[in-house]
Write a protein that binds this ligand. Structure first.
Ligand code: DQQ
Length: 596
């Protein structure tokens, strides 16, 4: 791994070259050895170390995360038969720490007329006495036409509430509980949210849809969770956005970083609406429960025209309230940069991003902050530290002692005088373009500064994670880029450069960066991920502000024992028998291009 400022002086500032334009970078490095096992199927060598992934085959959306009787449950869209999308079931895994997972039986399989073509995305709600109910979309043949399958909403409950692992699920006899209402195309009617209770004691949930090109979150109410009626108006809609997949709607505290139960409302609470179309967009707004109206705080930050959760690959995300630690946690689906042929040959596709804690940014009151959950630190093993390294124009400093494929890096860059920053108009829409056009190896004024990670010895392959301080028309900004154009010598990969920005106050004298580097054994599929501390000098939420690089071990067979003995499995459906394995632990790590 290498540190670099690629250039400190522009033409404009060359007159000042006599001045030692010095940037001090201070960072310490910790590299830790992580113990984990790698599944024996299908291809050990190509699996990631810490990300959540199924044993094999295709995975997409995260579904129904929840905490039940001390176990975190995670479900996901899964094709048991192939490493391509299709035959969608709900895969299921449990964990004590959101890091080490035990794979269980498939929770939902398509075996009823209303879900015969797939059990699509949905959510979990803890109802009375904390009992879970799954809401999901059945992809059905009810129209009796292969060409026009329809989507409808269904429920599933645990067969045995006493089983903390919730290994068996039964579908409600009253399914489907909701079919497409008049005026809504039944092919655009899916992905029910976690339900919440209003002041009148009735449950509410959203279903993603669209009318023409207006994306919308249809609102349903129910007194008993079984009988649902559509509200006359959707909770929210935005013209020109198209189908809203996987809506998520939850409260956030305006004064604290702790999370709130999904039914929380009232003073001191704002609400977040997230929907997925191409990317995961969100808006923060005011929700009035008495008449179920939702109003974004800023109309120019409405869904689809405002903020994204993430400016890299991140889709169909789903949050849940973790009552264990009073926090809201976010999962998101990340696919790889190579194509279907590679997925088929390696026998699996996709990972889930490392879970993040999410809360409202008190400074803006209209944007969110994310941070990898603190449990990540339990994966840290050894540590490398560097302090007060001076980086001069064009210099590259090799961080010795690290040859890790999995690193957790924290670094603080002390900035030179930012008044000299180059003028660049950076906006949410053009940040990615700016990053691609203005790569890591160019002359800037303040930056590019950053890290070359996952570099081969000859540096022919490397991923540059860097930032540039710029003077934009509405203030100082830090343009943050993840340049994958040289991540692989292979030509048949998506090598998009990702970018986003953060505001910088004029008085800020340093920028802190956290980068989680994750590499599959297959070099061609590197993923380096960054998180920015709030770039205004506020300490990051991580309790340990030490600037660190953590380095987990990749050796096999050193996994800690499972915390819960998982014994034999008896499946009622032979087709799905072979698709999970017992006593299997996967540790996972982040895969996301985070912002903020
Ligand atoms: N994936 C599911 C749908 C959802 C889409 C099907 C989003 O329910 O709309 O696998 O990725």
């Amino acid at each position: 791994m290498q540190l670099f400022p690629s250039a400190l002086c522009s033409d404009q500032s060359r007159a000042n070259m006599a001045l030692p334009f010095l940037c001090l970078i201070c960072f310490s490095v910790l590299y830790y050895f992580l113990f984990f096992t790698v599944p024996s199927k299908p291809h050990n060598v190509q699996r990631v170390a810490f990300h959540f992934q199924p044993i094999k085959n295709w995975m997409n959306d995260p579904n129904g995360p929840m905490l039940y009787k001390g176990y975190y449950h995670f479900f996901y869209q899964w094709n048991p038969y192939a490493a391509v999308w299709g035959n969608i079931t709900w895969g299921h895994a449990v964990s004590k720490d959101l890091i080490r997972w035990h794979h269980l039986e498939v929770a939902l399989i398509p075996n009823q007329w209303y879900d015969l073509y797939g059990c699509w995305s949905g959510s979990a709600t803890l109802v009375e006495e904390g009992k879970p109910i799954i809401t999901y979309t059945g992809w059905s043949n009810a129209s009796h036409s292969e060409d026009h399958k329809v989507q409808m909403q269904a429920l599933a409950m645990p067969a045995d509430y006493g089983d903390p692992l919730l290994r068996k699920w039964v579908k409600a006899p009253g399914n489907p509980i909701i079919t497409a209402p008049q005026g809504i195309d039944s092919n655009f009617f899916r992905d029910p949210t976690t339900a919440w209770k209003g002041a009148d004691g009735k449950w509410r949930m959203l279903v993603g849809s669209k009318e023409n090109m207006t994306g919308m979150a249809l609102l349903y109410r129910s007194p008993d969770f079984l009988n649902w009626r559509k509200a006359i108006t959707p909770l929210h809609s935005v013209n020109g956005t198209g189908m809203w997949e996987c809506p998520d709607f939850y409260p956030v505290s305006i004064s604290d970083t702790y999370g709130l139960n999904t039914s929380a409302y009232g003073q001191g609470v704002m609400h977040v609406l997230k929907v997925s179309f191409v990317h995961d967009y969100y808006t923060v707004g005011t929700y009035i429960t008495s008449n179920d109206t939702f109003l974004p705080v800023q109309s120019n930050l409405d869904v689809g025209i405002g903020l994204r959760y993430d400016y890299g690959k991140y889709y169909a995300s789903k949050s849940f309230f973790d009552a264990n630690k009073n926090r809201r946690i976010l999962f998101g689906w990340v696919n790889e940069s190579d194509g279907e042929a590679a997925d088929i040959s390696k026998g699996w596709a996709s990972v889930q991003a490392f879970p993040r804690k999410v809360w409202l940014d008190k400074e803006t009151n209209c944007s969110l902050l994310h941070w990898p959950i603190e449990e990540l630190e339990s994966l840290h093993r050894s540590k490398v530290t560097l302090d007060s390294v001076s980086l001069w124009k064009g210099s590259v400093t090799v961080v010795e002692g690290i040859k890790g494929a999995q690193l957790d890096v924290e670094a603080t860059f002390d900035l030179p005088e930012i008044n000299d920053a180059e003028i660049m108009d950076v906006s949410a829409e053009n940040a990615q373009l700016m990053c691609s056009e203005k790569g890591a190896s160019r002359n800037g004024v303040i930056g590019p500064f950053g890290f070359l990670v996952l570099a081969t010895d000859d540096e022919m392959e490397h991923t540059a994670i860097f930032f540039v301080v710029v003077n934009s028309k509405d203030g100082w900004k830090v343009l943050v880029c993840s340049d994958q154009s040289r991540s692989s010598l292979a030509t048949n990969l998506d090598k998009t450069t990702y970018g986003s920005f953060s505001n910088l106050s004029g008085s800020q004298t340093s920028v802190s960066v956290r980068i989680l580097v994750i590499q599959e054994a297959n070099q061609a599929k590197n993923m380096a991920n960054y998180y920015f501390d709030k770039l205004n000098g506020t300490p990051p939420p991580s309790p340990n502000r030490a600037r660190t690089i953590y380095y987990p071990d990749q050796s096999e067979g050193t996994s800690p024992p499972p915390t819960h003995a998982i014994t034999s499995h008896v499946s009622s459906d032979r087709n799905y028998d072979e698709f999970y394995y017992q006593e299997h632990i996967i540790c996972w790590c982040n895969s996301c291009y985070g912002t903020y």
